[in-house]
Ligand binder design. Structure first.
Ligand code: NAD
Length: 418
């Protein structure tokens, strides 16, 4: 009944238990719809041979009401015990000493990859002219960077002490307004970078994708983001050898033998199915995603860049109501799939919320455990529904002749189409 992880792969029995957090606000609406659609897809794909038993665990408001704790230890234990889980959106408790339940979950389980696939569904309105060219998978580093939460507020004894250390011991003289500054620390490590980039390259190889792009701001933050780029390239060369071809190799050939030879080596590598490892500065990347999105398939990036990039790309294909996500540790196997939007309190309880984000996250979950046939049934049904101009109102209102379906009706439509 339990999924297990051995050294290299997940061991998935035919009947598995998946722990889930229903989620606050619209969570109570999207979670049951998602479970119904997933159950139906698994039953159809495997004729009843495989099945999921859903085990509810608590976090957020529901957990607080029942246990007095926003994130009970039992919830974390269940995600460890069952390896793979799924969650709806959670309210961020204000003034409870927890910055965010999502961040707490990611840090406790050391879920170092925030995985965000971004693709366009035909029929869904997009603010760009050629949304079919957007097909990327973002690997956002999830545990480091300015998100580590190491910061001190202006005027506190800690901020003053840190300022003293910088100016007195480290000889820093570049702080423009030292007395009124708040401070934050941005840790970026070689290990943290390597495990993230390794996962991205392995994903590209496993899914036969053409390239991995390291997105960074190393021109300005030379040792943190610049380190990310250097360590990423070095790891690609050291661990993946001739399964990849990097732009560092390209530059070396260009220097020695000229541009023609370098271009020839690059096109030979592409024809041989090698994954091309390249890099781009984050601001240029954001521009390029709008102008030439077809040039990118797998993205490996740091935490803050990844946050901006995920939302921009999601907006390009229809917004947060449809963008799925997962937090994964590929070494331990622990994975929590999630709706990427919030609790949407303004529309909760009205049966109008779009369940697509959690549904597509469940598709990612099925793919992660190797139940691709069930995943494909859901994806095809969603493709068909959108082509038919049927969607929840957030998407239907932008479709020519769009027909708005309620949340449960949307689920029923998918089930009928499967
Ligand atoms: P939100 O994502 O809940 O809502 C932003 C806007 O998008 C709202 O107008 C909402 O109605 C709309 N929207 C969101 N999801 C939708 C969907 N599936 N279908 C249709 N419309 C949708 O963001 P917010 O209002 O900033 O945050 C509300 C709460 O959610 C806060 O407590 C916040 O901390 C939390 N939050 C949680 C997560 C998470 O658990 N992953 C993510 C973001 C915000």
């Amino acid at each position: 009944m339990k999924i297990k992880k051995d050294k290299t792969k997940l061991i998935v029995p035919d009947r598995i238990t998946i722990p889930y957090i229903e989620g606050d606000g619209v969570g109570a609406e999207i979670t049951p719809v998602t479970q119904r659609v997933v159950d139906e897809s698994v039953a159809k794909a495997y004729n009843g041979k495989r099945a999921i038993k859903w085990k509810e665990v608590f976090a957020g408001e529901k957990a607080f009401k029942i246990t007095g704790n926003w994130l009970p230890d039992e919830t974390i234990t269940a995600f460890r015990e069952y390896v793979v889980g799924i969650k709806g959106p959670l309210t961020t408790p204000v003034g409870e000493g927890i910055r965010s339940l999502n961040v707490a979950l990611r840090q406790t389980l050391d879920l170092y990859v925030c995985l965000r696939p971004v693709r366009w569904f035909k029929g869904v309105m997009s603010p760009i002219k050629e949304p079919h060219k957007v097909n990327m998978v973002i690997f956002r580093e999830n545990t480091e960077d300015i998100y580590a939460g190491i910061e001190w507020r202006q005027g506190t004894p800690e901020a003053r002490k840190f300022l003293q250390f910088l100016t007195g011991e480290m000889g820093v003289s570049k702080i423009r307004f030292p007395e009124t500054s708040s401070f934050g620390v941005k840790p970026v490590s070689q290990e943290g970078t390597e495990r993230l980039v390794r996962s991205a390259i392995e994903y590209a190889l496993a899914n036969k994708l053409p390239d991995v792009t390291l997105v960074h701001k190393g021109n300005i933050m030379k040792f943190t983001e610049g380190g990310f780029k250097l360590w990423g390239y070095a790891l690609a060369e050291r661990e993946f050898g001739d399964r990849v071809f990097s732009m560092i190799q390209y530059d070396k050939i260009k220097k020695k033998q000229g541009e023609n030879e370098a271009s020839k080596a690059l096109s030979e590598a592409k024809s041989a199915g090698k994954v091309i490892i390249k890099d781009v500065i984050a601001d240029a990347f954001l521009q390029n995603t709008l102008l030439t999105p077809e040039n990118y398939s797998v993205i490996a990036t740091l935490n803050l860049n990844g946050d901006y990039i995920s939302d921009q790309l999601a907006a390009m294909v229809g917004g947060i109501g449809i963008a799925p996500g997962a937090n994964i540790n590929y070494s331990s196997g622990y994975a929590v799939f999630e709706a990427t939007h919030g609790t949407a309190p303004d529309i909760a309880g009205q049966n109008i919320v779009n369940p697509s984000s959690l549904l597509l996250s469940s598709v990612m979950m099925l793919e992660y455990i190797g139940w691709n046939e069930a995943a494909n049934l859901i994806t095809s049904a969603m493709e068909q529904t959108f082509v038919n101009g049927e969607a929840t109102s957030d998407l239907a209102r932008f479709m020519p002749d769009g027909k708005a379906l309620g949340t449960t009706q949307f689920g029923d439509t998918l089930i009928n189409l499967m």
